[in-house]
Design a protein around this ligand. Structure first.
Ligand code: SIN
Length: 511
């Protein structure tokens, strides 16, 4: 049975609580100055956040020949009918200013010899617009700069080695803070007039993923349990080229390699992507992932061949990929890299408006755990870091301008964690039955397996999040973007978002 905890907010409690310490959480904290805030980080700052692993960069209309309109159009086209065009436009318009903010914070984006930002091409972008750092080190460099700035900021308190395992809520449903667990398993309550969930994604629910193991959809489960709306949870994005080298998580071979001309080949050395899509290696991410999945399912291994297009330059231009290959015993200068699709990004999440508000008073959401409508059914490459900084700035602007009243008395439940063996069973099942290609038989069997695990271990957060993904994937009887059903291969004419809400399952939020 879940354990219940209660809390009473002290008088004058005004500190904003930021749960999660990836790009969204750190950028938000910095933008809140001078308003006091506390960041909860499950690990030492800068570690265990997907943002630090990002090899791509930030997509933004930074070139005078580009425009926010074109960027928004590409975002909408990639999203297979489910991107909210107003959000795409807002993010594209505010994006360039946020990239300049990062430059001011010391992020050394790559430059051309004449000092302009060097912008790369990635799949489904109509022009080069991805600002990167040292090739594939954007996440590390951005998180390094932000970590230093956060540590030097007196308005930010940092609690490391702790995570939120429950939300505090008053009798009117207002969120009043969180229940925290530290690394020794000690529980405490943290009251706050505004809690912002920035906990990242849910790739850790899948056996094959590029995400850190901590990214297990915790925020989804917490917010759902409190009555927030979860939008489009079935839409997860499989990165086509995770390295298939027996590691968990799988190291990523960035899209930019294909942007620079790297080829997908079979064991016979032949390219195969033109058989699947006219844009071949530069087709949208979901198309490339499905093509590779089809080849592998037919018993053919797939490799990313960087030798001709990038050659020896891979060592300096893509140092993360090069190091991961060498650690796995593959020298990409002389051999192709074995690849397979892996769960990479959650497009669905906690429904948020253009100011990052969930439908619950006192609860905002930002970054991968939020669903603003920016990514639809298929996220455009390198739009996620951009969305995180744009939305973090908007949340900060709103909170700095508002006088939020804290809830006084509050309480919340903490379900038991899922034991590791059960978690591994769940992860195997999610990857096998809710992967790149789905069908009703497999999804129903997955839901039965989640039922069995829940009967044994209770409503653990990982099970709640997995059930949201699986049951919405079963309910969506069509193929669209990252969600492909072999038993419903057509795309319905009308694109509809799906919503899940614990306390009012029939609720249909305005679109
Ligand atoms: C990549 O570098 O391929 C990943 C970028 C992204 O996920 O946007």
């Amino acid at each position: 049975m879940p354990e219940t905890f209660t809390a009473t907010a002290p008088a004058g409690d005004a500190r904003i609580l930021i749960v999660g310490a990836g790009l969204a959480g750190l950028f938000l904290a910095l933008r809140l100055a001078p308003r006091k805030c506390t960041i909860i980080s499950p690990a030492p700052l800068g570690q265990a956040a997907s943002s630090a692993w990002a090899q791509g960069g930030l997509a933004a209309a930074l070139d005078p020949k580009d425009s926010p309109e074109q960027h928004a159009d590409d975002t909408v086209a990639a999203g297979a009918g489910l991107v909210n065009p107003a959000i795409a436009r807002l993010i594209a318009e505010e994006g360039p200013a946020r990239v300049r903010d990062l430059i001011a914070l010391g992020v050394p984006f790559d430059r051309t010899p004449d000092g302009k930002l060097a912008l790369s091409l990635e799949a489904a972008h109509s022009r080069p617009r991805v600002a990167r750092v040292a090739g594939d080190l954007a996440g590390k460099a951005i998180m390094g700069a932000l970590t230093a700035a956060v540590r030097a900021s007196s308005h930010i308190e940092l609690i490391e080695h702790a995570k939120a395992v429950g939300l505090l809520q008053d009798t009117n449903g207002q969120i009043a803070g969180a229940i925290l667990k530290d690394r020794r398993g000690r529980i405490s309550t943290f009251t706050s007039p505004e809690t912002v969930l920035c906990t990242g994604g849910s790739g850790g629910l899948f056996r094959v993923t590029t995400n850190p193991p901590q990214a297990r959809g915790d925020a989804l489960a917490l917010a759902y349990g409190a009555g927030a709306v979860i939008a489009d949870p079935e839409f997860v994005q499989f990165h086509p080229t995770a390295m298939d080298v027996g590691l968990d998580p799988s190291p990523l071979a960035t899209e930019a390699l294909r942007g620079e001309g790297a080829n997908l080949i079979g064991a016979d050395g032949e390219s195969f992507m033109t058989r699947y899509h006219p844009k071949a290696e530069l087709a949208p991410r979901d198309e490339v992932a499905r093509a590779i999945h089809t080849e592998i399912a037919a018993g053919r291994k797939v490799y990313l061949d960087t030798r001709d297009a990038i050659g020896d330059k891979i060592k300096d231009h893509f140092p993360t990929v090069f190091a991961a290959c060498m650690a796995a015993g593959i020298d990409p200068r002389i051999a192709p890299i074995p690849v397979a699709p892996a769960m990479h990004y959650h497009m669905g999440g906690i429904l948020a408006d253009i100011w990052g508000r969930s439908i619950l008073n006192g609860l905002s959401v930002c970054g991968e755990c939020a669903s603003t409508g920016a990514h639809g059914a298929n996220r455009l490459a390198s739009n996620s870091l951009l969305e995180a900084v744009v939305m973090a700035a908007r949340i900060a602007d709103r909170l700095c301008d508002s006088d939020i009243k804290p809830a006084k008395e509050s309480a919340g439940d903490v379900p038991a964690d899922l034991p590791d063996e059960a978690l591994q069973t769940l992860r195997e099942d999610m990857a096998a039955k809710c992967g790149v290609v789905r069908d009703a038989t497999n999804l129903s069997s997955l839901i039965e397996s989640i039922d069995r695990l829940e009967a044994e271990h209770g409503p653990a957060r990982a099970l709640v999040a997995a059930r949201l993904i699986a049951s919405n994937a079963l309910a969506r009887e069509e193929s669209r973007g990252g969600h492909f059903r072999s038993d419903y291969q057509d795309t319905l004419q009308t694109a509809t978002r799906t919503y899940a809400r614990l306390h009012a399952p029939d609720l249909e939020p305005a679109k």
